[in-house]
Design a binder for this molecule. Sequence first.
Ligand code: 3HC
Length: 312
Amino acid sequence: EDPVREARFQARVDAEEKIEPNDWMPEGYRKTLVRQIAQHAHSEIVGMHPEGNWITRAPSLKRKAALLAKVQDEGGHGAYLYAAAETLGVSREELVEQLLNGKQKYSSIFNYPTLSWADMGIIGWLVDGAAIMNQIPLCRCSYGPYARAMIRICKEESFHQRQGYEIMVTLCRDGTPEQKAMAQEALNRWWWPVLMMFGPSDKDSQHTDKSMRWKIKRFTNDELRQKFVDATVPQGHYLGLTFPDADLKLNEETGHWEFGEIDWAEFKRVIAGDGPCNRQRMKQRKDATENGVWVREAALAYAEKRKARRDA
Ligand code: 3HC
């Protein structure tokens, strides 16, 4: 601990200066960032699986091309985020190891199955919509490398959200009764898990206070969840869909949509490793890591040969 340096650091944060990798920072700040950026990177990588499941079954060439591009973007987002975490003195290999041995988390949402094509619409509209709501403020995060990575990621994320909503419009407004029913069924399954993406309620959030003081987070979990509900409910009504929440109602005075209680027991179960797809997702990641060893070895050997040739 070093109170003088900490005060100087906090003054820089308060003045909205960006903190860069070689700057002094409190150990807690560094740890918080490694935790959050690593979880975020893991979420992008694990997030490729639920949608990857539908690439071969996309209903048209246009849909397949868009879905492929989107899943590839997620891989890219994971790569930028691992690179941002590496500026804090951890290696990508260590982070992947901590994902695989369960020491680091990834977003709860990617532990739910994708059962119909409508799920591709819902993931873009709601999951990416929630991701953007959370990530736009991260573009102003006090840590420079994370903030800069988020700017590009948010641009791509907004294309993802729009492609999802366009799938929903096609199913709900131009679709057959079966397609509308499929869209409604998907909304029923995803709505509550999407609200859980924003994390525990403010009274249960362990990290919010510090992260707000350090300007890593700019809004609390509940604030972002409310902004998301307010933005999304009218979009759902435009689609002619009903939200699976009997308590959802507009408060005319505040202008906010009030919603029912989230099932926090389910949230805890899923982040503790016991959601519908946790085991399957981790097995796929372990297999992908093992099956990719030869590629990484070959790339390294090639890089070494090139270097030897250059140095010769
Ligand atoms: N899933 C899994 N774990 C979650 C969670 C969720 N939805 N929400 C919270 N948690 C975990 C926290 O990580 C923390 O656990 P830890 O101490 O072991 O790390 C614990 O629950 C308590 O939560 P806090 O509110 O105290 O934690 P934070 O202050 O870190 O807030 C957060 C949680 C809002 C998710 C924040 O970490 C954050 O903004 N992260 C960056 C965004 C992110 O990771 N998004 C991932 C999903 S979006 C995506 O991947 C894009 C898509 O296109 C693929």
